[in-house]
Design a binder for this molecule. Structure first.
Ligand code: NAD
Ligand code: IPM
Ligand code: MN
Length: 328
């Protein structure tokens, strides 16, 4: 039996996580919940308590709802710092963020452990505040290989996104990705600048297969990709290392504007669970079962973000009703 650790977090995090744990129970699978994010700051004075980290180390897959909210804004360390640290602890450098719908089937492969998020930062004597964008060529090479491997299993088209007309990190990024491409003659590689790719994503999302990019660009472009394929309520992600448990979480945040209104769309969380089965456990049967049930629920019981009236719980009911439990 796979060991799942669930980190519900804050805002709508726990609301969507409940629907994922209902599915796990229907599969007859067990899981354990641990405090994380703002909730853990309130109860343990830190966003990533030691026992949460220990439990995650023993897990096969980590499911995460969302963290953050106005209550903890400006606090250091804040809920988001817990997430940044968790990603580093598990070396999950490859963040897969698929977006699909209406002729669109693209995959953003976001480098998750470099760039502005993990570079040097500080305040200079004159009050200037800085966050440094740093990348080592090996960090670029390993994410590029991941992206080429993934493109190989899809339509064989890869767009590498950078800002090589200005930034030195991007010039190196482009050089390294071009070097790696020699090992993948079957994949068509193009390079794009992030500003124009953002425009192209909005105008012609159907033209993309796989996009590989650095941390900050990937953060922004994945919300754009979600926006053009039905919104953040649908967008799942998988954060993977080369071994050890992955972290599976929606692209969206804690949505303080709708938390407590019972209207959060649990699709992104449920699709993240499907990604945990597929990419974390290599269990395609359970992955497909979740995806299929979610597709039925999307048609039968859409939530308000999709123009429907179903509550989070009613959406979950529709999922459970449609769920076909694989027999093993
Ligand atoms: P957000 O993603 O939480 O919300 C953006 C918009 O999308 C909101 O209008 C929200 O209502 C809507 N939305 C998001 N998920 C939805 C869902 N499942 N169903 C229906 N509507 C949904 O972004 P934000 O408001 O900019 O950030 C809120 C907080 O979340 C911040 O503290 C931020 O740091 C945090 N955050 C956390 C994560 C994470 O835990 N992985 C990701 C992004 C943002
Ligand atoms: C995401 C979020 C996080 C990020 C924040 C909450 C740290 O926006 O997962 O997209 O920027 O990576
Ligand atoms: Mn984001």
């Amino acid at each position: 039996m796979p060991r799942f650790v669930c980190l519900p977090g804050d805002g709508i995090g726990p609301e969507v996580m409940i629907q994922a744990t209902r599915v796990l129970m229907a599969f007859g699978m067990s899981f354990e919940e641990q405090p994380f994010g703002g909730q853990a700051i309130n109860d343990y004075n830190r966003p990533l308590p030691h026992h949460t980290l220990t439990a995650c180390r023993d897990a096969d897959a980590i499911l995460l709802g969302a963290v953050g909210g106005p209550q903890w804004e400006g606090r250091s360390p804040g809920p988001e710092d817990g997430l940044i640290r968790l990603r580093k602890e598990f070396d999950v450098y490859a963040n897969l963020r698929p977006a699909r719908g209406d002729g669109v089937a693209l995959l953003i492969v976001r480098e998750l452990l470099g760039g502005l998020y993990y570079g040097r930062r500080g305040t200079m004597d004159d009050g200037t505040v800085y966050d440094v964008c740093e990348y080592h060529p090996q960090q670029v090479e390993r994410i590029a290989r991941r992206a080429f491997e993934l493109a190989r299993t899809r339509r064989g088209k890869l767009v590498s996104v950078d800002k090589a007309n200005v930034l030195d990190t991007s010039k190196m990024w482009r050089r390294v990705v071009t070097g790696v491409s020699a090992d993948y003659p079957d994949v068509e590689l193009r390079h794009g600048l992030v500003d124009s790719v953002a425009m192209w994503l909005v105008m012609h999302p159907e033209e993309f297969d796989v996009i590989v990019t650095e941390n900050t660009f990937g953060d922004i472009l994945s919300d754009v990709a979600a926006g053009v394929t039905g919104g953040l309520g649908l967008a799942a992600s998988a954060s993977l290392s080369d071994g050890g448990p992955g972290i599976f979480e929606p692209v969206h945040g804690s949505a303080p504007d709708i938390a407590g209104t019972r209207s959060a769309n649990p699709t992104a969380m449920l699709r993240s669970l499907a990604m945990a089965f597929e990419h974390g456990l290599g269990d395609l049967e359970h992955a497909r079962a979740v995806e299929a049930a979610v597709d039925v629920a999307l048609a039968q019981a859409p939530t308000p973000d999709l123009g429907g009236t179903a509550t989070t719980q009613q959406f979950g009911d529709a999922v459970l009703e449609a769920l076909e439990v694989p027999v093993k």
